[in-house]
Write a protein that binds this ligand. Structure first.
Ligand code: FO1
Length: 285
């Protein structure tokens, strides 16, 4: 069975692992978010692609959920001595990936080609494709002006209320090779997903009104959306016919009915292998 997961961030990477563990090798394609990408110390960094790659190949730092387990910061220590920014943590092993990616991008290679090659070298059983090879950047509008996503999230610890979100480059961005084929032939990623709505299952990133990781709930609230699993479901309604809720949110199933989304209630905190197996089984069923 060919399964495609659209994922970014720590939770998405864990969902990718759940499906990878449940499926035969080669059956899973992950389309990775590149909207969180940034440049730091002159390096091209793709946090969400890397988080998925590190998670699927057993390298992920289990405490942070991003970066490499047991990584050291010798390069960073020296960079700080030399006056470089210290707010974005780049471990030594992680930097190696950014150096390779930066060199290859500058030489003209596409991000999708670099990502596929790194995945192959690390023996990743899953195909990982960036949503686009084009430049796409998320900007967060705040009272202090518009901030690049990582500056808002990491440097300022997501403390500024979010007045708006802008995806720079979204109008011109085209899907990377393999993205549409992984969903279905159509003229855009969103349209391709909507065409398959009956087969699309979304997994709530919110449990009991809290995001497992990150400032999602605060973003929803400051943008005037419901700060819970339904606030996310409303956004995904045109794209997904079913929605996985944690048992803690079973009471929200009626709200999903109103959105013509089928509720699937199963534990979703994906840290434990047994929970991952349960979610994967429910989604695939
Ligand atoms: N998150 C932090 O909270 N602090 C950091 O210093 C940080 C550095 C970092 C470096 C590489 C990388 O791939 C991810 C990193 N992250 C860091 C996580 C990143 O901000 C988030 O995982 C995503 O952008 C959210 O999806």
């Amino acid at each position: 069975m060919q399964v495609t997961l659209i994922a970014g961030g720590v939770g998405g990477a864990r969902m990718a692992l759940a499906l990878q563990e449940a499926l035969p090798p080669g059956d899973l394609t992950v389309i990775g978010n590149v909207g969180d990408d940034c440049e730091h110390w002159g390096l091209s960094i793709s946090p969400d692609l890397d988080t998925v790659l590190y998670t699927l190949t057993g390298r992920i730092d289990p405490v942070n959920g991003w970066g490499v387990a047991g990584d050291t910061r010798r390069l960073m220590d020296t960079a700080i001595e030399l006056g470089e920014d210290d707010w974005f943590i780049l471990g030594d092993k992680d930097v190696a990936l950014h150096v390779a990616r930066t060199r290859r991008l500058r030489a003209g290679e596409a991000l999708s080609s670099i990502t596929a090659d790194v995945a192959r070298r690390w023996g990743c059983a899953t195909r990982l494709v960036p949503a686009t090879d084009d430049r796409l950047r998320t900007w967060i509008a705040t009272d202090d002006g518009e901030l690049p996503f990582q500056e808002w999230l990491v440097r300022r610890r997501a403390a500024d209320p979010v007045a708006g979100v802008r995806f720079e480059g979204i109008e011109e961005a085209t899907p990377a090779p393999g993205v549409l084929a992984a969903i279905a032939a159509a003229d855009g990623i969103r349209a391709a997903i909507a065409d398959r709505r009956d087969d699309v299952v979304a997994v709530s990133p919110v449990i009991g009104g809290k995001a497992v990781k990150g400032p999602l709930v605060e973003m929803l609230a400051s943008m005037g959306h419901r700060p819970d699993a339904i606030g996310v479901a409303r956004y995904l309604q045109p794209l997904a016919g079913a929605y996985v809720l944690d048992p803690e949110d079973a009471g929200l199933a009626d709200d999903l009915d109103a959105l013509a989304m089928r509720a699937i209630v199963v534990p979703t905190l994906l840290k434990e292998p047994a929970v991952r197996a349960g979610v994967a089984a429910a989604v695939l069923a």
